[in-house]
Design a protein. Structure first.
Length: 272
């Protein structure tokens, strides 16, 4: 099967997007009705977090009685997995969908394969990202998540985005940005925090008079980050930061890890 790392462009209805497999399988652009929704730049867009999400405390985690050390790249911690900086390959694509793969291995302690499917709705009203993790042999803990940088302002004279969501709890964040294990009632923003949503992630972003975008997932956690002037992040994930230590989910030869998130949008018309 032919594989490639060149940018892949998909389109349907009013939506068009670009995926860069050579840069972490990053959705580098998502345009709806001509408006760019994602912050531009090699480190932004929207990327996959795999095989862990957020920070791992001092880069260390325990599995099967063995302690594993990951490279540190976020101060004293290991951040966002290996896939977001890796080279993926497109293995199949058509006008509105594509499939990408990424091999797991060093510095991750186990061999495996990550697959991501990127698919626009037929009418261009939404986007679904589905990511699966398989092991080549041994079982290992893993997480999956997505880290979109949504523009705070769409740059067309409208207002900044507003976030709306309901969470059952908020993970208390220590000074080192690692959850302490204590759960709080959700606190007002600004946020760089992980929220628990047992019925599934459901967050609405509204650019008043311009666009409404809803982020949903069957996953139970979402990190919300709104402390940057240019963008806000809503990150569905299968476990909280440091989850390889606190909420391990084993990937086994007979049970891969699979998760998805869907973004749906609708135009809000003229603000006047």
């Amino acid at each position: 099967m032919t594989t490639q790392t060149a940018a892949v462009r998909l389109a349907a209805g009013p939506a068009e997007l670009t995926v860069e497999p050579g840069n972490g399988c990053r959705v580098s652009s998502l345009r709806v009705h001509g408006a760019e929704l994602l912050r531009q730049g090699d480190a932004y867009g929207s990327f996959v977090m795999v095989p862990w999400c957020g920070r791992i405390d001092r880069g260390r985690f325990l599995s099967g009685g063995d302690t594993h050390q990951l490279p540190l790249d976020a101060g004293p911690h290991a951040m966002h997995g290996t896939g977001w900086r890796g080279e993926w390959r497109a293995v199949r694509s058509d006008a509105r969908s594509a499939v990408f793969t990424f091999p797991l291995g060093d510095p991750w302690p186990w061999d495996g394969l990550v697959t991501q499917v990127v698919e626009l709705a037929e009418d261009g009203s939404g986007l679904t990202l589905t990511t699966g993790v398989e092991t080549s042999a041994e079982s290992f803990p893993a997480q999956v998540g997505w880290h979109p940088w949504f523009l705070r302002n769409l740059g067309r004279g409208g207002s900044d985005v507003a976030l709306d969501f309901t969470a059952e709890w908020q993970e208390e964040r220590g000074e080192d940005h690692i959850p302490t294990g204590r759960r709080l009632s959700p606190q007002p923003g600004p946020w760089d925090d992980c929220f628990g949503m047992p019925d599934g992630v459901d967050v609405t972003l509204t650019w008043p008079g311009e666009l409404e975008l809803r982020v949903t997932s069957r996953s139970e956690w979402a990190v919300v980050y709104d402390q940057q002037a240019e963008a806000v992040c809503v990150e569905p994930q299968t476990g909280p930061p440091n989850g390889l230590n606190t909420h391990p989910r084993l990937v086994t030869p007979i049970e891969p890890l699979e998760a998805s998130t869907t973004w749906t949008w609708r135009g809000l018309g003229d603000p006047s």
